[in-house]
Design a protein around this ligand. Structure first.
Ligand code: NDP
Length: 320
C-alpha cells in the first residue's frame, strides 16, 4: 500500500513481517487517501460481533480473499485473535491497515494512552494504522477531549499513523475542531441505504474527514429487530442488483464506493467475504445512486449518540 504522509515509526510496522504466504491473493481493492496523506483500502473488513473463537478463521479468510484493512475495537473482545490471524497469514506488516477503537471506559488522557498499550499488546503490533474514539461521551465531553489529546500524542510519537472518531455528530465535531489540533482523519458512522445521514456526510466531507460506513450493507437492519425491514430484501436494491448481475450487498458497497465513502462489511461466511470484495467490475448509474439515496428512512439502527453514557455503556476493557 502506498504512502503519502509522514511516517515516523516506519520500522515498527515491519515487526510482524514474514515472507508473504503464497495463498494470499493480491487484489487491488483501490484506496482512499486520508487527510494526512495516508492511504486506506476503499473496502475494509469488520469484526463486530465476531466471537473470539471464530475470529482467527474469519480474519484469515478475509486476508486470503484480499482484504488489507481490518476494523476491530477494544470493545469487540477479539483484538487478540485478529492479531493471531495476521501473524498466521504472514503478510508483511506494511501490507496491512489495522484499525481499532478506544472504548469510552478508557477515556481520559492517561487512560487512553494506556488503552493504546492494551490494544497494541493484544494485536501484537507496535504501531496501529488508525486509532479512533468509539463514541462521544456527550455528558463527559471534557473526558472525550482528553482522550483525543492522548490520540494526538500517540500520533505525534508515531505510535499511530492516523487518528479519528466514530459516531460523532456535527455538534461534537464543532467542539473538537475548536479545541483540538488534529482534524480527525475519519468519522466511522452508521450509513446504509435506510439511514444515510446526508447532512453528517456533507459536514465531514467539507472538513476533510473521511466517512467510514459501518453496517454498510445494512446489517443492523436485519440482525437487530428493526421497524423498516432488511436492506438485503429491498426491491429497489434487488432490481439494481439484477440489472448488473450482482448481489444486493455488492450494490450497496458499490454505492458507498462511488460516493467516496470507505466501507467495512462484516461476514464470517467465506463466500460472502469474497462476494463483498468483488465490487470493482461494475458501475452504478447516477439514477441508480439516486434511487438508493431515496430509500433513506431517517431512522437510526444503532444507539442515539446523545444517549451514550458511562453508566449505560461502560465496561472494563481487560489488560493485554
Ligand atoms: P454489515 O452491514 O457489515 O452486515 C453484517 C451482516 O451481514 C452479518 O449478519 C453478515 O452475516 C451479513 N452479511 C455479510 N455479507 C453478506 C452478504 N454478501 N450477503 C448477505 N448477508 C451478508 O453490518 P455490521 O454492523 O457488522 O457492520 C460492519 C462493521 O462495521 C462491523 O464489523 C464493525 O467493524 C463496524 N461497526 C462499527 C460500529 C461503531 O459503532 N463504530 C457499529 C457497528 C459496526 P455473516 O457474518 O453470518 O455472514
Amino acid at each position: 500500500m502506498g504512502e503519502g504522509g509522514t511516517r515516523s515509526a516506519t520500522n515498527d510496522r515491519n515487526s510482524l513481517s514474514a515472507a508473504p504466504a503464497s495463498s494470499v491473493v493480491d487484489v487491488n481493492t483501490s484506496t482512499l487517501t486520508l487527510n494526512n496523506g495516508i492511504e486506506i483500502p476503499a473496502i475494509g473488513y469488520g469484526v463486530f460481533q465476531t466471537p473470539p473463537e471464530q475470529t482467527i478463521a474469519a480474519v484469515t479468510a478475509a486476508l486470503e480473499a484480499g482484504y488489507r484493512h481490518i476494523d476491530t475495537a477494544a470493545a469487540y473482545g477479539n483484538e487478540r485473535e485478529v492479531g493471531e490471524a495476521i501473524r498466521r497469514v504472514g503478510l508483511a506488516r506494511d501490507e496491512l491497515f489495522l484499525e481499532t477503537k478506544i472504548w469510552i471506559s478508557d477515556y481520559g488522557y492517561d487512560e487512553t494512552l494506556h488503552a493504546f498499550d492494551k490494544s497494541a499488546g493484544k494485536l501484537g503490533v507496535e504501531q496501529i494504522d488508525l486509532l479512533i474514539l468509539h463514541q462521544a461521551l456527550p455528558g463527559a465531553f471534557d473526558r472525550t477531549i482528553a482522550a483525543y489529546r492522548a490520540l494526538e500524542q500517540l500520533y505525534a510519537d508515531g505510535k499511530v499513523r492516523a487518528i479519528g472518531v466514530s459516531n460523532f455528530m456535527p455538534r461534537h465535531l464543532d467542539r473538537f475542531l475548536a479545541e483540538t489540533a488534529v482534524v480527525p482523519a475519519v468519522n466511522q458512522i452508521e450509513v446504509h441505504p435506510y439511514f444515510r445521514q446526508s447532512e453528517l456526510l456533507a459536514y465531514d466531507e467539507q472538513r476533510g474527514i473521511l466517512n467510514q460506513a459501518w453496517s454498510p450493507i445494512g446489517g443492523i437492519t436485519f440482525y437487530r429487530d428493526g421497524s423498516h425491514g432488511s436492506t438485503l430484501q429491498d426491491p429497489v436494491i434487488g432490481d439494481i442488483a439484477a440489472a448488473h448481475d450482482k448481489t444486493p450487498a455488492q450494490v450497496m458497497l458499490r454505492w458507498h464506493l462511488q460516493q467516496g465513502r470507505q466501507a467495512i462489511p462484516k461476514s464470517v461466511t467465506p463466500s460472502r467475504i469474497a462476494e463483498n470484495l468483488d465490487i470493482f467490475d461494475f458501475v452504478l448509474s447516477s439514477e441508480q445512486l439516486a434511487g438508493i439515496d431515496a430509500l433513506d428512512t431517517g431512522v437510526r439502527g444503532g444507539p442515539e449518540p446523545e444517549d451514550i453514557t458511562l453508566e449505560a455503556f461502560g465496561r472494563q476493557i481487560p489488560e493485554a
